[in-house]
Design a protein around this ligand. Structure first.
Ligand code: KG4
Ligand code: ZN
Length: 333
């Protein structure tokens, strides 16, 4: 089965074709709008929707050309129907539905967070159910026990800011550009993670929820106290912040693995692209089988939607209307 996946939940236009028989991606194309939003310090939803529209069809044509495919080869179309920004979601949903009608192929709306989770099934070796999943993106921070495709139990989540959101807000406070995650990671390489003793929110609590807003506020007060924000300060704050976030994530994952008697941890979402987090997890979580997607498949992409779509289409979860769900909890699948 060959599935076309379309991702437009935020500021990346991603398209890909997944071959479920071979478990490979035949083509994937991505266009990122990040530089357009950088001057505003975050994503402007209206700008994002307008920018997806002229990019979608050319990206699909480019992908088809690259992989020598035509609409005849496609068995189904999957698009992100939520969670995400309403306008951007509608652009992908409307195109997917139009292609489905025009090509007479089935169409399915995908939960973006489930797509971040299932993209790990592309890896070789792939995780086998049941496993623990940590989803860390710009909008979410979730700990999930996945027992099968579509069977997810939320064990913990953020009570305020998502991890990526905290990276982006802290980056803005210290004058780095959007998206803040990669910028902080870069600056942290020059900094001392022990320079500032930042809080590790909720780290010793019994529950598996997270909170990152206090950490961001701690950085805010440090910035306010500074007479000049120089490179050394930015590097040290970046390293200390990244270290505090990473230690919190490691501790919560470790607790969740033990509590649920799980030995595999699957990490997904944009923040999973952070090499310091990847290396620390490998070092600290001894005896745990760790799965991270390829770097380019951590941030939003079409491949993850195509993979999730193939499972959904095989389960015949089809539809005949344009459906978006800007708020869509993984536990409601
Ligand atoms: O999954 P994603 O592309 O979009 C959402 O679903 O939100 O995640 C985007 C988030 C942004 O907050 C971005 O700053 C963060 O992922 N991010 C990173 C890194 N690359 C992207 N955070 C930390 N380190 C990185 N290398
Ligand atoms: Zn995402």
């Amino acid at each position: 089965m060959k599935i076309l996946g379309i991702e437009t939940s935020c500021d990346e236009t991603g398209v890909a074709v997944y071959d479920s028989k071979k478990n490979i991606i035949l083509t994937e194309q991505i266009y990122t709008q990040a530089s357009k939003h950088a001057e505003y310090g975050g994503v402007v939803p209206e700008l994002a929707s307008r920018d997806h529209i002229p990019k979608l069809l050319p990206l699909i044509s480019m992908g088809f050309k690259e992989a020598n495919l035509s609409s005849e080869d496609i068995d189904g179309i999957a698009y992100t129907s939520g969670p995400g920004l309403r306008g951007p979601l509608l652009t992908g949903a409307a195109l997917a539905r139009a292609l489905s009608l025009g090509w007479n192929k089935p169409c399915v709306g995908i939960n973006h967070m489930e797509a971040h989770l299932l993209v790990n099934l592309l890896e070789d070796p792939a995780p086998s159910f049941p496993f623990l999943t940590l989803l860390i993106s710009g909008g979410h921070c979730l700990l999930i026990k996945a027992t099968d495709v579509g069977k997810y139990e939320i064990l913990g989540q953020t009570r305020d800011d998502a991890v990526g959101e905290a990276f982006d807000k802290v980056a803005k406070l210290i004058g780095l550009s959007y998206p803040g995650g990669p910028e902080i990671e870069k600056m942290a390489k020059e900094g001392n993670p022990f320079e500032y003793d930042l809080p590790r929110p909720m780290i010793n609590r019994d529950h598996l929820d997270f909170s990152f807003s206090g950490l961001k506020t701690a950085v805010y007060y440090l910035v306010k106290e500074q007479k000049s924000i120089n490179r050394e300060f930015i590097a040290n704050i970046s390293a200390s912040f990244q270290d505090a976030v990473t230690e919190t994530l490691v501790k919560k994952c470790s607790k969740a693995l033990v509590n649920n008697d799980l030995k595999q941890l699957v990490v997904g979402g944009g923040v999973a692209a952070n090499q310091f987090i990847r290396d620390t997890f490998k070092r600290e979580l001894i005896g745990v089988d760790l799965f991270f997607p390829k770097l380019e498949r951590c941030t939003d992409n079409g491949a993850m939607v195509a993979v999730a779509g193939s499972y959904r289409i095989q389960q015949s979860n089809l539809e005949s209307s344009i459906k978006i769900r800007p708020r869509w909890d993984l536990s409601e699948i």
